[in-house]
Design a protein around this ligand. Structure first.
Ligand code: SF4
Ligand code: F3S
Length: 107
């Protein structure tokens, strides 16, 4: 079992999640974070920390977000690790809650 970062993180990237992860299993791209499914210990600490409510257990994903299981697994293999909080993206508040952000994902 793993937790998964979903679409609403895109263009926001608040990074509060990385501060609480006991195994540092977050990986960072230009405008999105992912969780490495083989490193996540399913502790659930990150889920309530995300201001954008973008983190879910893989068995509790909202409808339409299932593809993010594969996206997290794929990008966690190529992006660098992030273990410390940084500033969110400049327009994070504006993007928070918008639909159709997947097309904005930068790899
Ligand atoms: Fe890290 Fe726990 Fe979140 Fe997994 S559930 S990403 S181990 S904080
Ligand atoms: Fe993204 Fe939420 Fe973390 S917006 S960077 S999953 S705190």
């Amino acid at each position: 079992m793993t937790f998964v970062v979903t679409e609403n993180c895109i263009q926001c990237k608040y990074t509060d999640c990385v501060e609480v992860c006991p195994v540092d299993c977050f990986y960072e791209g230009p405008n999105f974070l992912v969780i490495h499914p083989d490193e996540c210990i399913d502790c659930a600490l990150c889920e309530p920390e995300c201001p954008a409510e973008a983190i879910f257990s893989e068995d509790e994903l909202p409808d339409g977000q299932e593809q993010f299981i594969e996206i997290n697994a794929e990008l966690a293999e190529v992006w660098p690790n992030i273990a410390e909080k940084k500033d969110p993206l400049p327009d994070a508040e504006e993007w928070d809650g918008k639909s159709g952000k997947l097309e904005k994902l930068e790899r």
